[in-house]
Design a protein around this ligand. Sequence first.
Ligand code: ATP
Length: 306
Amino acid sequence: MTTDGTIRVEHLSKSFGPVRAVDDLSFQVTPGRVTGFLGPNGAGKTTTLRMLLGLVRPTSGTATIGGLTYGQIHRPLRTVGAALEAASFHPGRTALDHLRLYTPQVGVPDTRAGEVLELVGLSAAARRRVGGFSLGMRQRLALATTLLGDPRVLLLDEPANGLDPEGIRWLRGFLRMLAAEGRTVLVSSHVLSEVEQTVDDVVIIARGRLAHASSLPDLARMARVRVRAVSPDAAGLATLVERASWTRTDAGDPRVAELWDVDAATVGAAAFAAGVELHELTSRDAGLEGLFLQLVGAVETAGVAA
Ligand SMILES: Nc1ncnc2c1ncn2[C@@H]1O[C@H](COP(=O)(O)OP(=O)(O)OP(=O)(O)O)[C@@H](O)[C@H]1O
């Protein structure tokens, strides 16, 4: 049995021939919270989820749930519910029939099918054929399927994809409820804005590498101010930043300091006091989505340089 639903990805890598889909990736996902697993198309999200589910063998590193690999988990379908990519449904089957296909596999009674339909608000459509379902209804049915085993860990690949605003609102409330019950909820998306009102934590990846991991409030704080200071005195600038313990991201040039948690006036005053010459001092609010793109861009640029 797993003792908890903590997901741990440690130095995980996966190469498909020359393509390094996941590259020395490490992060942790905590129970009781909704975590957004974010990155542009091709960043390696699905490959990471597939390694967590034992569907793809890591080239190196580990991906565990409650300290165990998927293959080591006793009755994994009762521990982990996963919906990867667009689920395919037989159009002629009813929602109830679809779920009853899985109940023996998961090891739950047939009555569980009706329960999960009720949970996702599809009871009224239980006996309707899936062929006539809207995309939103299909997403709910996919979610219902992941819940059959009452799992403590949910891995959902792009669950908001194709949902209308009402569907997204519903999904938000539902995922929050599942996390409030103590479950670990990992939701992938290629756009931060789609999940920013849903998630507590974010794990951002690009080119298979970690770009950023923190709580959403910490990310939001980083987005609020970004100060760019340019000085001909790289060493003086570095000392200034170190002394003040400001967060500096690599701008690719030691004469340029990009700082996240300080305003321009404070940097200007400190530089003046320390006698560090500044040639430029600008600040702007990057916004969450802007920051997301910047964090991703920083990894992608580093990849090109490497
Ligand atoms: N089975 C495979 N064989 C070869 N290359 C693969 C395979 N699976 C994934 N890749 C490659 O690995 C990289 C990461 O793909 P992955 O699907 O994990 O990214 P993603 O972040 O989930 O992207 P998306 O949002 O588009 O689904 C891509 O370059 C992809 O082409």
